[in-house]
Design a protein around this ligand. Structure first.
Ligand code: BGC
Length: 337
């Protein structure tokens, strides 16, 4: 069932998507996932994503809690790039680099939407040629569908000029549903390589094997047993804040909280995910009177390689005129029996 549950103002609304198993509350502002309510093994319902009670915080603060991020998620080195022999300059909003689509990226835009049926919402946003410095009118459709315990998100985009695109969702998960850090979550990432970053979080171009590093999450491992290990890359990221490349059988990340038996399975058509352990949360006030500090959640941001425009021979983040960007990520929220 889908229904509007709150009007924030003339154009922004909170919409509830409900199935037998879970309830997901979303907004057409930034396609933000505001709540995910799920049971634990005893049937006790908790909210397993971070967010704000005061909606203006989504509009004014950084950290992108629950938001869709674009036009290009993550960093673009020095905020500039060349495409078809033309040089483009974007906002420098993260150290020396461009981050998450700029000052007013898609996370801070209001989408039109329609409720398609009792499990599907279709959001739409037209990003104008030159918005935040990016070329081309980008027409973006985002479809949220809730079936049983699974939220499926599909991104469809076209452009009238060659441009860059890398869309993700920036939800902060904590399956305990409590105010505690994510050290007692197990994490499995189907990746045998990850991208090394510099002190500003920008991929250096070095792709490293996970073997014998804290990044070897091919078999699930307790986050708390990895994150404090002595490792140059963990130090640079202040924890995990790295692109993992799905080069095994599945494009999948699994997060499990043994105490509640809640499990999240993220599956995607995209070739990687930024795993970010909320290293920069600063004590801000979130939902239920909780103050959010570093490591209080984990983001699983499915995407193409950050800064692909500088690092890949044939950058996967280029969307050509006439092509369609069509990617799907699903989030299965289940209780393990
Ligand atoms: C980035 C972090 C950044 C966070 C919030 C993540 O995707 O990798 O470095 O602090 O988003 O902006």
């Amino acid at each position: 069932m889908i229904q509007v549950i709150k009007k924030i103002d003339e154009t922004i609304e909170l919409i509830s998507m409900k199935s037998e198993e879970i309830e997901v509350v979303v907004s057409n502002y930034g396609c933000t996932i505001v709540k995910v309510l799920m049971k634990d093994e005893n049937g006790h319902v908790d909210d397993v994503v971070l967010g704000y009670d005061d909606f203006t915080n989504y509009q004014t603060l950084d950290a992108y809690l629950g938001a869709l991020v674009g036009r290009v998620a993550n960093r673009i080195g020095k905020g500039s790039f060349q495409l078809n022999d033309k040089e483009y300059h974007l906002a420098i909003n993260n150290g020396p680099n461009h981050l998450h689509g700029g000052i007013k990226g898609f996370s801070y835009q209001t989408f039109d939407y329609k409720i398609v049926d009792d499990s599907t919402i279709e959001f739409h946003y037209l990003s104008k040629d030159g918005e935040e410095g990016y070329p081309g009118n980008l027409d973006l459709k985002v479809i949220y569908q809730l079936q049983g315990d699974t939220l499926t998100v599909r991104y469809l985009a076209t452009t009238d000029k060659d441009t860059l695109i890398n869309i993700t969702n920036h939800s902060y998960f904590n399956l305990s549903g409590k105010k505690e850090n994510i050290y007692e979550h197990e994490l499995m990432v189907c990746a045998d390589t990850f991208a090394c970053i510099d002190a500003d979080g920008l991929p250096t171009g070095q792709i490293k094997k996970v073997d014998q590093t804290p990044f070897d999450l091919r078999d699930s491992a307790m986050i708390g047993e990895r994150i404090e290990l002595e490792d140059e890359q963990l130090k640079l990221g202040m924890g995990f804040d790295h692109p993992f490349l799905f080069n095994m059988k599945k494009n999948q990340v699994v997060l499990y909280h043994p105490k509640t038996k809640r499990r999240l399975v993220v599956s995607t058509t995209l070739p990687g995910a930024q795993i970010y352990t909320a290293n920069y949360l600063d004590g801000r006030l979130g939902k239920y009177g909780h103050h959010y500090y570093k490591r209080d959640a984990i983001c699983i941001e499915t995407q193409n390689l950050p800064d692909a425009i500088h690092l890949e021979k044939e950058p996967t983040t280029i969307l050509r005129k006439g092509e369609t960007y069509d990617e799907v990520t699903s989030y299965k929220f289940e209780v393990v029996k």
